[in-house]
Ligand binder design. Structure first.
Ligand code: HEM
Length: 226
């Protein structure tokens, strides 16, 4: 069975009812990942095209940007995968995801009453999760191949050319996925507090992830009143 309820999730009675969604550790993990992706995007774009070279000023010039960019990539890789192992089960595809996706008009139109009840994540969130996972793997693997300071002598020039292309394509795609993720987090009202305060309101959980809420209630995951 797909695991939807995670260890720290719990309902707190009160006005309004709140539901824990991310613990402190997961949130710190998320924001380190977010900050490193933003820094990677800026420093990567600075190295990508001469018209964006001025962005290297933010990192102390061209040489420093070139030296720092791969290390920030290592931070992103490590922090994302620590986060990944906490979340992957809840992001496994389920049959209901296809039903939810087939009702695209109702999703866009905000007719949630026509949508099936969902666990902790919807198909859009799962898509973003697995896309990030795949693209970060491509970025780290191709990044190591083109990290000349340490690996130049082990890699041939034709292989490095392919890696540069793969690295650039994956970077453009992850920037698109990032924009989609931030847009969805802001567009779905009440979502941002899940990653700032760690909890959502009972109403938000009822509206968007009712199966998750029902399962928490069913398993008596009830914390103190807030
Ligand atoms: C400023 C940028 C960002 C904002 C405002 C933001 C916001 C959020 C919010 C509000 C959630 C909770 C959604 C929910 O539980 O329903 C979330 C979850 C998540 N975020 Fe971000 N995020 C940002 C950047 C990133 C970046 C750069 C990454 C990865 C490279 C990332 C990866 C994730 C993942 C994996 C989840 C868990 C969702 C899942 O497992 O399906 N986020 N984010």
């Amino acid at each position: 069975m797909v695991e939807r309820v995670q260890p720290g999730d719990a309902i707190h009675p009160g006005k309004p009812v709140t539901v824990d969604r991310y613990g402190v550790g997961a949130r710190i993990n998320h924001w380190i990942t977010a900050a490193s992706l933003i820094l990677l995007g800026i420093s990567g774009l600075a190295l990508f095209d001469p018209s964006l070279f001025f962005l290297t000023a933010l990192f102390g010039g061209g040489q420093n940007t070139r030296a720092l960019h791969p290390w920030i990539g290592v931070v992103l890789f490590l922090s994302f995968f620590i986060f990944f192992f906490q979340l992957w089960r809840a992001n496994l595809p389920a049959k209901v995801d296809w039903v939810w996706l087939s009702k695209f008009r109702d999703i866009i139109g905000g007719h949630e009453e026509n949508l099936p009840e969902l666990g902790k994540y919807n198909a859009g969130q799962k898509f973003i999760f697995w896309s990030m996972t795949f693209l970060i793997l491509v970025l780290i693997a191709s990044g190591i191949v083109i990290w000349e300071q340490y690996f130049a002598e082990y890699i041939t020039i034709p292989v490095r050319r392919i890696a540069v292309l793969a690295h650039s394509i994956a970077a453009v795609l992850i920037i698109c996925i990032f924009i989609l993720h931030v847009y969805a987090a802001i567009w779905t009202r009440g979502t941002l507090r899940a990653m700032t305060r760690g909890s959502v309101t009972g109403g938000w959980a009822w509206r968007h992830h009712r199966k998750w809420l029902r399962e928490l209630a069913g398993q008596r995951k009830i914390g103190p009143a807030e």
